[in-house]
Every structure is written in C-alpha cells, then in structure tokens.
Design a protein around this ligand. Structure first.
Ligand SMILES: C[S@@+](CC[C@H](N)C(=O)[O-])C[C@H]1O[C@@H](n2cnc3c(N)ncnc32)[C@H](O)[C@@H]1O
Length: 294
C-alpha cells in the first residue's frame, strides 16, 4: 500500500487554540485519521500530556502512528464512542478535551480501493472499518426498495430518491452492482446533470452514511460527552454536512440548557477564505465547541 497519502487537517490552529487549555492534559482525538490534528496538538502540549487517538480504520492508525511518531500518542482501533471505556481502562476518569473531525479522510476518499470515490473506479466498499461486515455493495444489492429510498432521502437529501432507488432495483436484477462506476452510471442514467455537482454525489453520501451508521454513531458519541469530559474541559466537533451539524447543534444546545455546559462559540465557526482556497475540502466544514463548567 502506498504511504504517500495526504490529508490536510482542517482549522487545525483554531481548534488547538480552543481545545488545548491544559498543556499537561489528557486529550481524545476521536478521529485520528492520518494524525494531522494530533501532530499539531502534541507540538503545543507538554511532555506530560497524552492523546488517545481513535480510528476505525487500521490503515489510517498505522500511518498516523508512523507520522506522529510520539510516545504521547496512544492509538486505539475502536470507534470514538468507546472513548469513556478506554479511558476508564487506562485508569483515567475524564479527558481535558476531545476532537471529533467527522467524515472521511482524503486518504480514504482518494484511495479507489476503499470505494468512496465517484471519480475513480473501485469496489463499492465504503467501510471505515475493514473488519466490519456491511459494505455499500451489500446495501445496493440486498436492501429493499423502501429502505434504499429512505437512506437516499434521509442521508443523501436526494430529491430523486425514488427514481434512483428504482433504477438500482432494476439494474441489480440483471447483474450485481459491485463497483463505484457501475453505481455512478446507474444514477446518471436517470438523473440529469445540473451545474458542477455530479448527480451521484448525494447517493454516494447516503450510502457512506448508511454503511458506517454514521448519524447514530455521532449521536452516540454526543451522548458520551458527560462521561468523557471533565469540568473545565472542552469538546470540539468538525462537521461536513448539515445532517451532522444539526445533531451537534441540537445536542450542544440541550447541554448548554442543562446548566453544566456553555457554548464556546454561539454560532458554528467556518474556515477562513485562505484555508478554503488552499484546501477545497475545507469548504463545507463547520466547527462547534462546548465547555463543561461543572
Ligand atoms: C476526517 S478524518 C480525520 C482526519 C484527521 N483529523 C487528520 O488530521 O488527519 C476522519 C477519520 O475518522 C475515522 N472515523 C470515522 N468514524 C469513526 C468512528 N466512529 N470512530 C473512530 N474513527 C472514525 C475515519 O476512518 C477517518 O480516518
């Protein structure tokens, strides 16, 4: 496997400024990816600090460990929803801060073998965790029409959900849909292209979310914040589409209303124009940060 993949960490300095209040602290990087945020964080923390870096993707973990090359990083192959349990097992009650940089890394998107890319042909996979059993191909080839239509509508916010779901059902009767290009062509055959966005973009988003149960996982992680963050600590969440941002916004609002938490930024922060110019993938990013008061 090539090790030359890149992923530019998004809003990294801003996040470090907002999150790293205790230089000797214990931090969670819930989505270690290629370790971009963690590497910067460690450069700002003391020799006593520790970062528990979670990723479901073992390839990413291995690359991050090699790139970060720092004993203060503890890589964990598990979902970020397991963070409170992992801390407890390490004899730590709560963390000083946690970052969740949701979605997929450029490594995953750019690697055709992972099946996330619309632009390159590859197996229709889309699993973050290659030891998980459900692939995107399983979904398109076995799920019933109503379920396909539901995920396209709910996770892809796709207006043509019914048309696309019917086209998938028809195509799979003739031959199993096993590649990203096959799926792309099925969508293209029923939805015309408008503007710059490819007509299958929302279908790919929906499948990725369904395959990794992303929204339920994000909600589960939000539900762990009370167990995870100590008073005075913070959680920062970077989202890349409105479905995730809505979950974070609503949950943070509810936490702030219970009186134990306070919103660090009232509205979501976005990357500066210069960052978006240098890294197109930053364009849809939204950052929300919350602090635990007591
Ligand atoms: C946007 S990337 C993170 C990039 C990272 N911040 C960096 O600077 O390199 C998101 C990562 O989260 C991982 N991921 C997605 N869902 C996860 C989950 N539930 N638990 C742990 N990792 C997850 C993906 O495998 C991916 O590597």
């Amino acid at each position: 496997m090539s090790e030359n993949w890149t992923h530019i960490p998004i809003m990294a300095n801003q996040i470090a400024d907002l999150l790293l209040l205790n230089p000797d602290g214990v931090y969670i990087d819930g989505t270690l990816g290629l370790g971009g945020h963690t590497r910067l964080f460690l450069s700002r923390l003391s020799p006593k600090a520790r970062i528990f870096g979670f990723d479901k993707d073992e390839d990413a973990l291995r690359m991050a460990q090699a790139r970060v090359a720092d004993k203060r990083l503890y890589p964990v192959h598990a979902s970020y929803t397991q963070a409170p349990e992992v801390l407890r097992k390490a004899g730590i009650d709560k963390a000083d801060g946690a970052l969740f940089d949701l979605g997929l890394s450029s490594y995953q998107l750019d690697n055709p073998a992972r099946g996330f890319s619309l632009l390159q042909n590859g197996p229709l996979d889309m699993r973050f965790d290659l030891s998980a059993t459900l692939t995107a191909a399983d979904i398109v080839n076995t799920w019933p029409l109503d379920r396909l239509e539901y995920i396209l509508k709910e996770y892809g916010e796709e207006r043509q959900a019914n048309k696309i779901a019917l086209a998938i059902m028809k195509a799979r009767k003739e031959a199993a849909i096993t590649t990203t290009q096959a799926l792309k062509q099925i969508v293209e055959s029923v939805v015309p292209r408008y503007g710059k966005k490819h007509p299958a973009t929302q279908t790919f988003q929906a499948l990725r979310i369904a395959c990794n149960d992303e929204l339920n996982t994000v909600q589960a992680a939000l539900n762990t914040l009370e167990q995870l963050i100590r008073p005075g600590g913070r959680a920062a969440i970077l989202t890349f589409h409105s479905l995730e941002d809505r979950l974070v916004k609503n949950h943070f609002k509810a936490l702030a209303q219970n009186g134990n938490w306070i919103l660090v930024n009232k509205h979501a922060l976005s990357p500066a124009y210069d960052e978006i110019r240098q890294n197109r993938r930053a364009r849809s990013a939204k950052l929300r940060v919350i602090e635990r008061k007591k």
